[in-house]
Ligand binder design. Structure first.
Ligand code: GLU
Length: 453
């Protein structure tokens, strides 16, 4: 079976790490199965959709490492939806309704008070042509509902009608169409709700698998019924759990801090974000995975937990640090330059384990080049001056530090922390940092001597 998946964001805001989850799961699924990935902007809501968000989404996906094979905008496909809607009207499969949102809300409340499920009573279906004409003369415009196939002959005598699907994340699922209201497909202003365009496009674009958040699970039964009404076999569905913060808070509220752009601006690596977004709430350990291809190997939709995927944004930095510690000089050389450092392979080798993000390298570069503010405690002043006098001649190597400190140990009897810390503080201005064995030759003899005298 050839695999085609889609990611269908509404361009109404920036992507956050919670949206990265379905985007990545689809991308990884395509990667693993040699399939195609469609980026489809769900932008039929004209009021809320904005072109700048659509551009930002494409940019954020590219940063993550997602490169769609095809990009579509639903706002440019309205003629296709109109033609399909006309066909459904002609077949009596969608019907006009004139209730206002207030009227519908009142009916729902009444049903609840009577202990009945708040299912739409198909009042629109009873309207005669004359009644419709009268309502329209009053200035009312119809919205259109899909007539769910949950009856034999009489739509007002619904009967249990089960729809089944085998969810790749959640296993066998059943929905009774008699428990649902006929879904509205077209609003009174003529615009489409997401359901209908989404189904038409899934059919038209040959989508084989719909992988999305479990917030859509309630819609799936209805969507399967519509696929069948359109004469199409529904795709395979997978509904993954949603990401929440450790205290169960949904992510949309926090989307500012956890937007992909904010994480990128914080200097986080895309693969750290991707690893956390995908592995949280699965049976796989949360660890940084260095490439999409390797992350794709871990993808197992059946191992996605059925409960919410709680994650701690504080995990991002340690994951990032692990990725950075394993990066070769070749991988970061360009970025070191962009940061404004002239650090070479020896510099990167000395400092990478002390970087949480690649941009931390800039701080270490400043320590190398100075001006440094040597920190020397009074009781160490004499020792530091002596150390300056005993500084070995160049060329320096990774042996220099141990030769030098061995000599100083013999001369002063100092050892351990009392020997090393005053030197580190004098040379770097800090009481922590890279292994001096590798850092000292990077700082070089001239800078070192300056800081010791
Ligand atoms: N625009 C919908 C969303 O972002 C798409 C849902 C779907 O994938 O079918 O939630």
């Amino acid at each position: 079976m050839s695999v085609t998946v889609r990611f269908a964001p509404s361009p109404t805001g920036y992507l956050h790490i919670g949206n990265a989850r379905p985007a990545l799961m689809n991308w990884l699924f395509a990667l693993k199965n040699g399939g195609k990935f469609v980026l489809r902007y769900d932008d039929t809501d004209r009021e809320r959709s904005r072109a700048e968000y659509a551009d930002a989404i494409a940019e954020d996906l590219a940063w993550l490492g997602i490169h769609p094979h095809r990009v579509e905008r639903q706002s440019q496909r309205i003629a296709i939806y109109d033609a399909a809607a006309e066909k459904l009207k002609a077949r009596g499969l969608i019907y006009p309704c004139y209730e206002t949102p207030d009227e519908l809300e009142r009916r729902r409340r009444r049903a609840r008070a009577l202990g009945r499920p708040p299912v739409y009573d198909r009042a629109g279906l009873k309207l005669t042509d004359e009644q419709q004409a009268t309502l329209e003369a009053e200035g009312r415009k119809p919205h259109w509902r899909f007539l769910l196939p949950n009856f034999t002959d009489d739509p007002f005598r619904t009967e249990r009608t089960e729809v089944h699907w085998d969810d790749l994340c959640r296993g066998p699922q059943t929905v009774d169409l008699a428990s649902l209201s006929d879904p509205v497909l077209i609003r009174a202003d003529g615009s489409y709700l997401y359901t209908f365009p989404s189904i038409l496009d899934d059919i038209d674009m040959g989508v084989s698998h719909v992988i999305r958040g479990e917030d859509h699970i309630a819609n799936t039964g209805v969507q399967i019924a519509i696929f069948r009404a359109l004469g199409a076999e529904p795709p395979i569905f997978a509904h993954h759990n949603l990401l929440t913060t450790a205290d169960g808070e949904g992510l949309s509220k926090r989307s500012g801090a956890l937007s992909l752009r904010a994480l990128r601006d914080d200097g986080l690596e895309p693969m750290a974000v991707a690893s956390l977004a995908v592995l949280t709430g699965t049976s796989h350990a949360i660890e940084p995975i260095a490439t999409m291809e390797e992350l794709a190997v871990t993808l197992d939709l059946a191992s996605v937990s059925k409960s919410a995927a709680k994650f701690d944004p504080a995990d991002l930095r340690p994951l990032n640090a692990k990725l950075v510690h394993a990066m070769s000089y070749e991988e970061v050389a360009e970025r070191l330059k962009e940061l404004g450092t002239e650090g070479n392979a020896a510099f990167w080798g000395a400092i990478r384990e002390n970087c949480e993000t690649v941009s931390d390298a800039l701080g270490w570069w400043k320590v190398v080049t100075g001006p440094a503010k040597p920190k020397v405690d009074d009781e160490d002043r004499e020792f530091v001056a002596l150390a300056g006098d005993c500084l070995p001649d160049e060329p320096w190597s990774e042996e220099t530090w141990s030769e030098w400190t061995k000599l100083l140990k013999e001369k002063t009897g100092r050892k351990g922390r009392g020997l090393f810390m005053p030197l580190r503080k004098a040379i770097t201005g800090l009481d922590h940092g890279p292994d001096m064995k590798r850092f000292l030759p990077v700082i070089g003899r001239r800078n070192t001597l300056d800081r010791l005298s």
